[in-house]
Design a protein around this ligand. Structure first.
Ligand SMILES: [Zn+2]
Length: 72
């Protein structure tokens, strides 16, 4: 079953100190992200909400693909 690649890395810019760092999607979906430079918790709830929507769309898409009958 295809889906989001949880090992894909995303660039994040710290909202407080503007440090740039990478986190995997798995880390972003998990318990939370801390800036490695200043240590603040980076807000990820919007990201999680977006990912949930992508997940749902992918599942819908796959279900529809399964319903398509191709004549050869
Ligand atoms: Zn920071």
């Amino acid at each position: 079953m295809a889906g989001i690649n949880n090992n894909a890395k995303l660039d994040i810019t710290c909202p407080q100190c503007n440090a740039k760092f990478n986190k995997t999607i798995r880390e972003l979906k998990g318990s939370g992200v801390k800036c490695p430079k200043c240590g603040i918790d980076v807000e990820t709830s919007n990201f999680k909400k977006g990912m949930d929507e992508v997940d749902r769309e992918l599942k819908n898409f796959q279900r529809e693909l399964g319903n398509i009958k191709i004549k050869l």
